[in-house]
Each structure stands twice: as structure tokens, then as C-alpha cells.
Design a protein around this ligand. Structure first.
Ligand SMILES: Nc1nc2c(ncn2[C@@H]2O[C@H](COP(=O)(O)OP(=O)(O)OP(=O)(O)O)[C@@H](O)[C@H]2O)c(=O)[nH]1
Ligand SMILES: [Mg+2]
Length: 225
């Protein structure tokens, strides 16, 4: 994939990162891993798998994404799209080319939408499923984002649009997808494409109630921006 670069945020994903990078090789995409100071062998495996690894300065997925966007824009200005995927093997790397092909006039982000019949049994807890539905409904009531799966960890961004929202991105943790989605929906269209969502390998980094509350807070505060 000549015009797309892959970005993978990781924190203790030694069980998953090698497989993701093998999949990435199959679609011939350059991979950047931004690691949040993993205590396991994630960095070693990522390097061995052919990724360029950046070590995160701050803490949280959001601060990792901001740092990585700045890095990519500066060091690799030729790329038109950034494909971002969680490093926990829950999202299909092989779908990235078709998601990139789904860009059309006015679209600034193509979102892998998980809340469909393809979802693997056990991939999402009941609490997370209900929380997702509620947060999507609430976000769309206030912001009309154009996606039914704001919190998806597979998103393809138009770099031109990323440059526009970057100065306004400040979420450090798991509110980052919500913040980016709302910011992007203000400058262009967001398109959902259904994808399969699979069970995670390794441990979750998310505590659902605390993160849910933070996301809710982000949705409300951004209304008065
Ligand atoms: N660089 C970096 N990556 C992080 C950090 N926290 C989480 N991640 C990565 O961000 C991705 C999403 O985290 P997950 O723990 O899978 O969160 P989730 O998908 O909302 O929760 P699950 O449903 O349990 O998978 C994974 O690839 C994590 O390794 C962090 O502080 N820094
Ligand atoms: Mg996950």
C-alpha cells in the first residue's frame, strides 16, 4: 500500500504484535508501533516483526496517538492516509485496503464498524456492548458524527484532515477516539464500513466504568467548544 501507513499503539501486547505485523506484511504496508513503555517483550517483537518503533513520552493511548501523528506527518509527508489499529488482534488487518478504497469526495475518516452480526462471541462484554450503544447514541444526539461506532480501534484517517485537527487534540487516554471523531465530523464526512470484531489476546488496559465516564464527559464538554 503506497499511500497508507499503519499506526499501532501498544502497551504490553507481546502476545499479539507479531501476528499483527505478519498480517501487515501481507498487505505490504509500512508499520509504526508507538509503545507506551511496555513491561513485556512488545518492543523487541515489534522490531523483529519489521515495524519502526517509537517510545511514547507521556501516558495513555491518546497521548501516544498525538505523538505518533506528529512524528508521521514530519518524517513521512508522502503518505495520504494513516490507518490506525489496536495492537490486540481484535481488528482485521486484511480489511485495511478495502477501507482505504472506501474514501470518496468529502470523507475524512473511514471507520471500521464493529457492532454488527459478524462480531465474534465473547469479543465484547455485555457491559461494554451496552456502554458502546449508549455512548454512540448520546454522541450522535449532541454532535451528529455520522458513525455508529465511535470507539472502534480501526480507523483510517485522511492526513490532510489529521493536520487540521491535531492542534485541538488533547485527550490523553481512551477518550481519544471520541475526541478525534467529533473533531473530524466538523470538517468532513465520516463513513462506517462493517468489520469483524474478534476476541482479544492478552489483557485489557481498560477499566470500563472509569473510561465510560471520561468519554461521556468529553462528549458533553465538546458541545460547548
Ligand atoms: N502506546 C500506548 N498504547 C496503549 C496505551 N493504553 C492502551 N494502549 C493500546 O491501545 C489499544 C487499545 O487498548 P485496549 O486495552 O485493547 O482497550 P479496548 O480495546 O478499549 O479494550 P478491550 O475491549 O479490552 O480490548 C491496544 O493496542 C493497547 O495496547 C498507552 O498508554 N500507550
Ligand atoms: Mg482492545
Amino acid at each position: 500500500m503506497e499511500d497508507t501507513i499503519l499506526l499501532i499503539p501498544t502497551l504490553n501486547e507481546e502476545m499479539n504484535i507479531s501476528t499483527i505485523l505478519q498480517e501487515a506484511k501481507k498487505i505490504k504496508i509500512k508499520s509504526i508501533v508507538i509503545d507506551g513503555n511496555s513491561k513485556d517483550r512488545t518492543v523487541e517483537f515489534a522490531k523483529r516483526g519489521g515495524a519502526e518503533v517509537i517510545i511514547q513520552n507521556g501516558k495513555g493511548k491518546g497521548s501516544a496517538v498525538i505523538q505518533a501523528f506528529k512524528y508521521i506527518i514530519k518524517k513521512y509527508p508522502k503518505y495520504k492516509y494513516i490507518a490506525m489499529i489496536d495492537g490486540d488482534l481484535t481488528y482485521p488487518v486484511h480489511d485495511i485496503p478495502s477501507l482505504v478504497n472506501s474514501f470518496s469526495e468529502g470523507v475524512v475518516m473511514v471507520n471500521g464498524s464493529r457492532l454488527n452480526k459478524m462480531m465474534e462471541k465473547g469479543a465484547m462484554t455485555k457491559l461494554n456492548f451496552i456502554g458502546n450503544k449508549f455512548l454512540n447514541g448520546f454522541a450522535n444526539l449532541l454532535h451528529k458524527t455520522g458513525t455508529q461506532d465511535i470507539l472502534s480501534g480501526l480507523k483510517i484517517f485522511d492526513v490532510y484532515a489529521v493536520k487540521k485537527i491535531l492542534p485541538y487534540m488533547k485527550a490523553e487516554g481512551f477518550s481519544t477516539e471520541t475526541e478525534m471523531t467529533i473533531l473530524l465530523s466538523r470538517i468532513g464526512k465520516i463513513k462506517d464500513c462493517p468489520i469483524k470484531y474478534s476476541k482479544r489476546g492478552g489483557e485489557t488496559k481498560l477499566s470500563p466504568l472509569r473510561v465510560g465516564y471520561r468519554i461521556l464527559d468529553t462528549i458533553i464538554k465538546m458541545k460547548s467548544d
